[in-house]
Structure formats: C-alpha cells, structure tokens
Design a protein around this ligand. Structure first.
Ligand code: NCD
Length: 327
C-alpha cells in the first residue's frame, strides 16, 4: 500500500507558494548555500522514503517529458525512476534528431508541444544555451540535463550531495577537491566548480594542456575568492586531495580525432596510484567511464562512483517534487 509521506519537507497539498514551484533549473548559478541545505534535506527525506516504502504518491497524476537529443543512460533512467518512485509517469523521447537551435525554432516548438501533455520537461541537448532557450519557450518547468559543454546542474547537485553524505556537510569548508581529465569539454566539472565555489574549498585542475578548465569558469570561481591551481600531472596534488573527481575524455566533442587519440589515455587511476592518497578521501566520477579508472579500484571503499549514482536518484526526486510544488 502506498503511504502518504509524513514529513516537514513533503506536504500533502500542492504548495504554489513554495520557492521552487514552477521554476526552471538551468544553471547552478541559481543556487545559494541555503538552497543546497534545503534540497539535500528533501533528498535525504526521499532516501528514507524509498528505503521505507519504495514508491509513494507524492507526484501521482503528474507527467514528466524526458526529452533527450544526446545519448544517456544514468541521467535519463534516474529521472524516470525518480518520477515513478514518486507515483508520476514519464513520456520518454530518446535520440531525437538534432537540429541546431540557432538555425530554427524546432526546439522551442518541441517544448511547446510537450508541455501540452506534460507537467515538467527534462532536456538534454548538444548545444550550450539550449536549455535556457527551451525554458524561455515553455510555461512549464524545464530542467537542464546537460546542454552541450555548458552545464549539467542536476549532476553538480548530486555530486555535492554525495560529498555531503560521504564526508560530512561540516567538512566541505576547507576541503581540497581535485578535478581530473577533460575539463574543457566536461560539462559536469563546469557546473561542479561553480557550485563548490559557494564553499571555502581549494580546487585543483589536472588535465592535458589542450583540455584545461575554460577561463570563463575559472574567472567566475575566482571572483568568489576560491583558490584554484592548474597541473598537468596528479602526483603532486593527490596526497592532499579529499575528493578526486575523475572525468571521461569527451570523444564526441573533439573537432580533430587525432587530438582525441593524443589525450584519451592521459590518466588512469588504479590501486597503485591511489596508495599515495588519504584513506578518508573519495573518488567520484559522473560515469560512464572508459579507461580513466581501472576496474581493479572498484572494490576500494574510497571508490564512491557507484554510490554517487544512487544519490542522484534522491536529488532528482527532490528537484521534481520542488518544481511541481510538492516540497
Ligand atoms: C556525464 C554527461 O553526460 O555530461 N554523464 C552523466 O550525465 N552522468 C559525463 C559524461 O558523459 O562523460
């Protein structure tokens, strides 16, 4: 029997005055520390509800349109699972043929169509800025599930929730986070660096020369007074690292395939390398991984990347409930 949740975070009725009701989620720039505390409070509650009752009727009758112009396994299925765990349903639209939003109105027309049938739209699209364009066209909430090399805000929220749950919320100020791999094309690190700049963290960026963190992101983070440093090898910074955030080299974004070949195996995390790291640190990865983390490391308790996926379910449940006025 589905049970109605009893929680200060999850009221029975729709709360149209709640701060996030009807809002789009386009960029991590929309969030402050108080928002994160609230979202993670709701996500924590969602975790408890899933463990206790599995599925419940908070979003019964609500419909999500899951509109994916780029491949996805985790993001798409976790939004589906999140909606269904909350008693809602999903219109899945996958591998849509991409037509440039700068050349035509097709994306705007598509979201205007979908909002006739759905209450919320989750969008993944290969162009930076596409989520903002969709949000402008739609009256219903649009959630950015990755816009090209731009942002991936729900991933950054789940990444930060993972850090809170694994290492303790009180530990984030003063922490050293090292981002490794493709920092140029990886949208997850663009969002995560921006979001972590709400805390007093130290950020290390380790990448091949051609895959450095974009200046625009570093400037924004720098303006918040965050210490940032760039490296081409991991050795020097690994011993001081509390969170090692590994990324895949984004093959699909390279203009010249020869460049990809040069950097595709630049870093491989394995048990031998990890001997130099602390015992109470974690290794994260948004996944999918290719060769950048050896499978031999998966059984190490510091390997947090599979747990990270599960945290994603609870964060996405929280976000859906919030924009639909139920949290
Ligand atoms: C990431 C993405 O799509 O940006 N994947 C994800 O959402 N978990 C990372 C990647 O594709 O490498």
């Amino acid at each position: 029997m589905p049970t109605e949740p009893q929680s200060p975070y999850l009221p029975f009725g729709e709360n149209k005055h709640a701060a996030w009701f009807g809002k789009d989620i386009i960029s991590v720039k929309q969030f402050n520390r108080a928002d994160l505390e609230y979202i993670f409070g709701v996500a924590h509650e969602m975790r408890g509800m899933v463990e206790r009752v599995g599925t419940f009727d908070l979003l019964k009758g609500k419909i999500l349109a899951n509109l994916f112009y780029e491949p996805s396994t985790r993001t798409s299925s976790s939004f589906t699972a999140a909606m269904e765990r909350l008693g809602g349903s999903v219109i899945p639209i996958n591998e849509v043929k991409y037509s440039s939003v700068t050349k035509g109105e097709s994306l705007s027309d598509t979201v205007r169509t979908l909002e006739c049938y759905a209450d919320v739209i989750v969008l993944r699209h290969p162009e930076t800025g596409s989520a903002a364009i969709a949000a402008k066209a739609a009256r219903k909430p649009v959630i950015n599930a990755g816009d090209g090399t731009g942002e991936h805000p729900t991933q950054a929220l789940l990444d930060t929730f993972t850090i809170f749950e694994e290492l303790g919320a009180g530990q984030v100020d003063g922490m050293t986070v090292t981002m490794l791999g493709d920092l140029k094309y990886g949208r997850t690190v663009h969002s995560l660096a921006r979001l972590l700049s709400l805390f007093k963290v130290r950020l290390n960026y380790v990448s091949p020369d051609i895959l450095k963190m974009p200046k625009e992101v570093m400037d924004e983070v720098g303006e918040k007074g965050i210490a940032q440093a760039e490296f081409s090898t991991l050795e020097k910074v690994l011993p001081e690292t509390d969170v090692l955030y590994v990324t895949r080299v984004q093959k699909e974004r390279f203009e010249d395939p020869a460049d990809y070949e040069k950097v595709k195996s630049a870093y491989v995390i394995d048990p031998a390398i990890m001997q130099a790291a602390k015992q109470d640190m974690i290794v994260m990865h948004p996944l999918p991984r290719v060769t950048e983390i050896s499978m031999d490391f998966d059984d190490d308790p510091r390997a947090a990347y599979f747990r990270q996926m599960e945290y994603g379910l609870y964060v996405r449940m929280a976000l859906l409930a919030m924009v639909l006025g139920k949290a």
